[in-house]
Design a protein around this ligand. Structure first.
Ligand code: 5AD
Length: 353
């Protein structure tokens, strides 16, 4: 196994195996990062030109029944100021976003049992009725296949559910016993089987993560072929068991964005809020590394700081959908173009959308 050989394989679109991914990770340096970045940019250019897609993120509830050790809105955080948005508030967010030019709304929330499956279906239906030219993405955790099907039938197009780690033992170090890696993975498969455009993903530098784990994640992504991948650095939150853990490494995150772009050429890949939160130009650097999606926040201003997954999460400036022009400018300044479109995955593009 040589680096030249691995790079040739990547260049010609061949799959890598676990050992080859691990070799790349173990030999990561600035030179290799630059090589991957060039290949990632070429790949993206071929599939998307210089287009960057926007998704309007509506964080509709920070109640959560789960107790993930890393997450600031975990059930066990008694200090979290909880909120949930009404259907009207959610629709108002969409109205604002539509006018600015968003054609995808992402409804993200903790696993909040207050909303019944019917409630969510009803909200999805209303958004699709009001904005038939928009896509709706749900990001609302683990549910039965039947419930996922109900939401799909109501009109939901996409679902984001990070797998967090492809290694069962690592998963168990990040989550309490009542959560299961098998169920997480089964949910992702169910979503795909139903017909959603599906997003998986990881936190870069999550506690106990090794290069072996990341190599496993890359093998998983290569085989699962998600339509979207969300990766961002782990950032500690003070009211969690991981308060004292180190944050993830921005350069490793950028390296992985490039690598993911190369192995999944037409994937929709956001430069995440976490990346922008850790470094002021993190999102721009994410786009320059191979990302092609930004997900500014459309939630009402007064609840923004309450959706606190980690400390110092960005919620204003170009991060906010209200500052649309600023974000557009920032993206144009680095040579890219924000487009008003649903931005479906190529395997899902419908004529006229
Ligand atoms: N740092 C970074 N990302 C986090 N997430 C949750 N907590 C943190 C944290 N402390 C990510 C998880 C989850 C997504 C919604 O946010 O990967 O899937």
């Amino acid at each position: 196994m040589t680096m030249k050989n691995i790079l040739n394989k990547l260049q010609s679109g061949q799959k890598l195996d676990f050992d080859e991914f691990l070799f790349l990770l173990d030999n990561r340096d600035e030179y290799l990062a630059n090589q991957l970045q060039s290949l990632a940019i070429k790949t993206r250019q071929k599939h998307f030109g210089n287009k960057v897609y926007l998704r309007g993120l509506i964080e509709f509830s920070n109640y959560c029944k789960n107790n993930c050790y890393y997450c600031g809105i975990r059930a066990g955080n008694a200090n979290a100021k909880r909120y949930r948005l009404s259907k009207k508030q959610i629709l108002d967010c969409c109205a604002f976003g539509y006018n600015v030019g968003y054609r995808t709304f992402v409804l993200q929330g903790g696993e909040d049992c207050f909303y019944s499956p019917d409630d969510i279906a009803d909200i999805v239906k209303s958004i699709k009725q009001n904005y038939p030219d928009c896509a709706v993405t749900l990001s609302f955790g683990e549910h039965s296949k039947q419930v996922y099907q109900q939401w799909f039938d109501a009109g939901a197009d996409r679902y984001l559910l990070r797998h967090e780690t492809a290694d069962k033992t690592h998963y168990e170090k990040l989550h309490p016993q009542n959560m299961s890696w098998q169920n997480r993975m089964a949910c992702l498969q169910n979503l795909k089987d139903i017909g959603y455009q599906v997003g998986c993903g990881i936190m870069v530098g999550s506690p106990f993560q090794t290069n072996e784990h990341i190599a496993k994640d890359l093998v998983f992504m290569q085989n699962f072929k998600p339509h979207m991948v969300g990766i961002g650095p782990f950032i500690p939150h003070k009211a969690t068991p991981f308060a004292d853990k180190n944050a993830g490494n921005v350069d490793l995150n950028l390296f992985l964005l490039s690598l993911i772009r190369i192995i999944l050429p037409d994937v929709l890949l956001p430069a995440t809020t976490a990346l922008g939160s850790l470094q002021s130009d993190g999102r721009e650097r994410g786009i320059m590394a191979g990302a092609n999606v930004c997900m500014p926040n459309l939630s009402p201003q007064e609840v923004r700081d309450k959706y606190s997954l980690y400390n110092n999460k960005l919620s204003s400036g170009a991060e906010s959908a209200q500052q649309h022009e600023e974000l557009k400018q920032k993206i144009e300044n680095i040579g890219y173009q924000v487009v008003v479109s649903r931005g479906d995955h190529a395997r899902f593009e419908k004529e006229g959308c």
